[in-house]
Ligand binder design. Sequence first.
Ligand SMILES: [Zn+2]
Length: 446
Amino acid sequence: MIRQPASAIRTNVANMGPQFDREIEERFVRYARIDTQSDEKSATSPSTEKQYDLLNLLATELKSIGAHDVMLTHYGVVLATLPSTVKTDVPTIAFLAHVDTAPAFNGTGVKPIVHRKYDGRDLLLPDDPDLILSPKQFPYLAEKVGEDIITASGTTLLGADDKAGVAIIMAVAQHLLQNPELPHGPIRIAFTPDEEIGRGVHTNLPSDLQTQVAYTLDGAELGEVVYETFSADKAVVRVQGVSIHPGQAKDKLVNALHLAAKIVDTLPHVTLTPETTTGRQGFIHCYEMSGTPAAAELSFILRDFELDALRAHGELLQQVCTAVQATEPRARITSTITPQYRNMRYWLENDMRAVELAREACRQLGIESFSPPIRGGTDGSRLTEMGVATPNIFTGMQNIHGPLEWISLQDMSRAAEVCIKLTELWTSAKKSAEAKTAGNGKPALG
Ligand SMILES: [Zn+2]
């Protein structure tokens, strides 16, 4: 990323700078130490009780800095309002971040380390001497010389995903509440649980947010403004065999495990898998298999950016099941495909204002913006589909979900500046056009 000199137009963000860095650092380090790992095996909402440790703290802190309407919903979301400072009727916008960290790696006992004024050399993590964070392996780190880099200590993830978003939004809220002369419309704040396990958006959230435009602070490199995510389906294939004692099995046993293996083996291996695709290519990914000779189950995720291609992946899986079924009529093979989330572009491209204003905010701050399609989903994917246009903005987070996770403090500060600039830019947006994006959440999907 090329960072250009900041332009002259810096009104709402005029008072920021090093002090703002320190505030974000203080908040980030404190929030990162709190264990908020979610758990996909849990049936409760939020999935883990410990997410309340941070949710409750954030509610208390929002009250203490003077936010209005602070509440913790029964589904575990902290909501708050920063009241409008302008007389005109301008659109409400919301900022969201998720409090949970990924179940993929240890999230207990996080010890954030601030490496001040990074000198460009390899960074070592004290609790695991084998781990080296090298700018040769991670070129984005090489761009951060002179900045303050935060890592974990080697045995845990850092949880910048998405404590960075939480710290940025809290700093933005504090800045706006302390400076009521800065012009902005009503701003809603939401801290959600369980994003990492795909359960961050409760059906009540769109109406409780009371807005039709929102931004998640859950993106990566400086300047990233994301409005394209995967479209996602889940597929479960069930194979019922015929079970019998193996000693008497001649011509009678139908082993479900053999048939399940045949299904996996018949699916494409050198194309259409996560490990053989990149960019805009989609895939069929078998991520779990279990069973006995009597019955087996295979779980898949299907991903693509385009709906017709996603449909084709599902059809291919079903054709393979039909073909394997034909080899053994005594078995019963069924497949069930259920939608998970959809590419937010299908809705956002009907009204690109939320995206354009985020890019304009970057431009006015001298940050070059870019919009990569991301090979995953966000809370914004679901929210956009449900009627709240929700692009995703950078925080700086890198190498997420593992021990080499790191973030630049200055990237977080720049993200806060973008949010504050956005609140100003939305004051000149017309409210009448607001309903164009959202409506009933059902765009023409061709
Ligand atoms: Zn995240």
